[in-house]
Design a protein around this ligand. Structure first.
Ligand SMILES: Nc1nc2c(ncn2[C@@H]2O[C@H](COP(=O)(O)OP(=O)(O)OP(=O)(O)O)[C@@H](O)[C@H]2O)c(=O)[nH]1
Ligand SMILES: [Mg+2]
Length: 390
């Protein structure tokens, strides 16, 4: 039979741990037939004597273990506990669960069903239908949690997962084994966000199960909000920057910038040196830049999706020109509007051009390339949208 371990990190949870263990042992575990259930309390030498309470519980139930260590933060405790659960307890699956009864234990069988359906990580989510945060939380606490999650979703551009900071989860051991080398730097609460982010990036299957978060009635919260916010922002912005550098976006930007230089230099050569009519010179230099962009994006930026079949190139190249024509329309409209409202000066023209490129042309052309030309987002992005829609 497969083994599942409920890992409960504790720091001064003397008043809570016994109650939680009683509920798990008496009410929840007997319902679960296809897993051998165990409990691991990961305690950081709590000064209130949480460990002594656990030792007493271990006399009553044989499926409980205690792992004690130095206090290094929640993330460090989880890494230690997950290692222990795999090595010493033979866990195939483990749960992350707070000791303070905030995480409704009745949800455990539902988490395991999702694991049996083939999901690698099951997230207990408060911000989806059927889930909630406590009504009696102060406004600060609510804003902290809601905006924390929103910032993570927006900065990481991962909108399909709604609750990133939750500490109620079921995880298959393979996920931890794979991610472990990169987990040590996140010793605090940021561990939760980084763990989920890495799991998704590595292609593990993640789903959400809603639950109502209950406010703790005993003991103190261990979160240090200022430190947490700082660490969280540091993580999401650094992780996003690394992702951008590794994604085609940077290559796209370099290619586009050189394309722009080609356009500017050849325009000067054709119109200034060769004396061509400015309209013809502009069209020819723009087309050279388009040819450059198409070729380099095809073989480099979107090299994994490159179009090599000559017939396909014949179809794609005009499409690419059409997309470029869209960029041209955007730029001319914005520059025209800018000069119309703020005066036809060099400053306004240049500022409008940069504004148009940064805020409209880049998002427009990058998504067009991804969706219509090289179809990189076709599978993951569009099918997800369709899934959501129907
Ligand atoms: N071992 C260990 N456990 C920790 C540490 N920090 C927090 N915990 C435990 O992690 C769980 C979550 O901590 P909480 O303080 O409840 O965090 P929270 O649920 O976001 O905050 P509240 O809603 O105010 O309770 C609890 O079981 C804590 O005892 C730590 O440094 N080491
Ligand atoms: Mg709590």
């Amino acid at each position: 039979m497969k083994k599942a371990t409920v890992i409960i990190p504790t720091y001064n949870e003397k008043g809570n741990i016994e109650k939680l263990v009683e509920i798990l042992e008496n009410d929840i575990f007997p319902q679960i037939k296809n897993y051998e259930m165990t409990i691991l309390v990961v305690d950081d030498n709590s000064p209130d004597g949480t460990a002594d309470v656990v030792k007493n519980l271990m006399k009553k139930w044989k499926n409980i273990r205690l792992n004690s260590g130095e206090k290094e933060g929640l993330g460090a405790a989880y890494v230690r506990g997950m290692d222990y659960a795999i090595e010493e307890m033979g866990a195939d699956v483990f749960f992350e669960m707070d000791a303070d009864l905030s995480h409704d234990p009745k949800k455990i069988p539902e988490f395991l069903e999702k694991i049996d359906e083939g999901f690698d990580v099951v997230i207990g989510a408060r911000y989806i239908k059927g889930g909630s945060i406590p009504k009696n939380w102060g406004i600060h606490r609510k804003l902290f949690s809601i905006f924390g999650n929103l910032i993570v979703r927006v900065v990481l551009m991962r909108f399909w997962h709604h609750d990133w900071t939750t500490g109620y989860r079921a995880i298959r051991k393979e996920v931890f084994v794979k991610l472990k080398p990169g987990l040590h730097e996140f010793k605090g609460y940021t561990f939760q966000v980084s763990f989920l982010h890495k799991a998704i990036a590595d292609g593990f299957k993640v789903c959400e199960v809603p639950f109502h978060f209950i406010d703790r009635t005993l003991g103190k919260s261990k979160i240090a909000p200022r430190e947490y916010i700082f660490d969280l922002l540091k993580y999401v912005f650094t992780a996003r920057a690394i992702e951008l550098v590794h994604s085609p976006f940077l290559k796209y930007a370099i290619t586009g910038f050189i394309g722009f230089l080609i356009n500017a230099v050849t325009l000067e050569i054709f119109a200034g040196i060769l004396g061509w009519h400015p309209a013809i010179a502009a069209a020819a230099s723009a087309e050279l830049s388009i040819i450059w962009n198409f070729t380099v994006n095809n073989f480099w930026t979107f090299g994994h999706h490159k179009i090599t079949n000559p017939w396909k190139v014949l179809v794609k190249f005009p499409q690419f020109n059409l997309v470029s024509f869209g960029s041209l329309l955007i730029i001319s409209t914005v520059v025209w509007l800018g000069t119309h409202f703020f005066g036809n000066t060099t400053l306004v023209r240049q500022a409008s051009l940069i504004f148009a490129i940064v805020f409209f042309v880049i998002p427009y052309s990058y998504s067009m390339y991804n969706i219509f030309i090289w179809k990189r987002w076709h599978i993951s992005f569009l099918s997800k949208l369709q899934e959501k829609a129907g």
